[in-house]
Design a protein around this ligand. Structure first.
Ligand SMILES: [Cu+2]
Length: 172
C-alpha cells in the first residue's frame, strides 16, 4: 500500500466519520413545530350513542372512537361529506380517522342508523389567526426554528472534515 493510497483511505475515513457525526448531531435537533397543535379527540361509543354527539376539531386532528358497548358499531360518513370515512368499531375496541379537510361531517353507525354524530372540522389553528384584524394577513408569523447548537455543531464538523480532506489532498 503506497503513501497516496493510505492518504486517500484516510481522507475517505475522515469524511465518513465527519458525516456520521453530523447526522448524529443533526438528529438531536428537536423536530420543527408547525404550531398546529395536532390533537386526538376522543368520542365514547356507549349505549348505542356517540358521546359527545357533536365535536369540533381542526384540520389535521384525529378522532378516536372508543366502543364501550359489547356490540360492534361503525362511524361512517354520510354521502356528501367533505371526505369519506368508514371506521369499524368492534365491541370493546377503538378506531380512528384523521381529518384533513375542513367542513361539517354527519356520520352514523351502519348497523344502527339511528346512531348519529357530527364532527365539525375547522381550518388549521394557524389559519384561525389569519386576519383576525380583517387584513387577511396572519397576525402570527411562523418563524423558522432558530438554528440550535447541535445544528451549528454539525455544520462545524462538516466544515472541519472538508478542510482536513482538502489539506490532506494538498499534501498527499
Ligand atoms: Cu352501532
Amino acid at each position: 500500500m503506497n503513501t497516496a493510497s493510505v492518504a486517500r483511505r484516510m481522507r475517505v475515513a475522515l469524511l465518513a466519520v465527519s458525516l456520521a457525526l453530523a447526522v448524529v448531531a443533526a438528529s438531536g435537533r428537536p423536530a420543527a413545530s408547525h404550531g398546529n397543535g395536532l390533537d386526538v379527540a376522543m368520542v365514547d361509543v356507549v349505549d348505542f350513542a356517540y358521546e359527545p354527539q357533536t365535536i369540533t376539531i381542526h384540520v389535521g386532528d384525529t378522532v378516536q372512537w372508543n366502543n364501550a358497548d359489547d356490540v360492534d358499531h361503525t362511524a361512517t360518513s354520510v354521502d356528501g361529506a367533505p371526505a369519506a370515512f368508514d371506521v369499524y368499531l368492534a365491541a370493546g375496541a377503538w378506531g380512528s380517522f384523521t381529518f384533513e379537510t375542513a367542513g361539517t361531517y354527519d356520520y352514523f353507525c351502519v348497523p344502527h342508523p339511528t346512531m348519529t354524530g357530527i364532527i365539525v372540522v375547522e381550518p388549521a389553528h394557524e389559519e384561525d389567526e389569519a386576519g383576525a384584524d380583517g387584513s387577511g394577513v396572519p397576525d402570527v408569523a411562523m418563524p423558522a426554528p432558530p438554528a440550535s447548537a447541535p445544528t451549528a455543531f454539525a455544520v462545524l464538523v462538516v466544515l472541519l472534515g472538508l478542510a482536513a480532506a482538502l489539506w490532506r489532498r494538498g499534501t498527499a
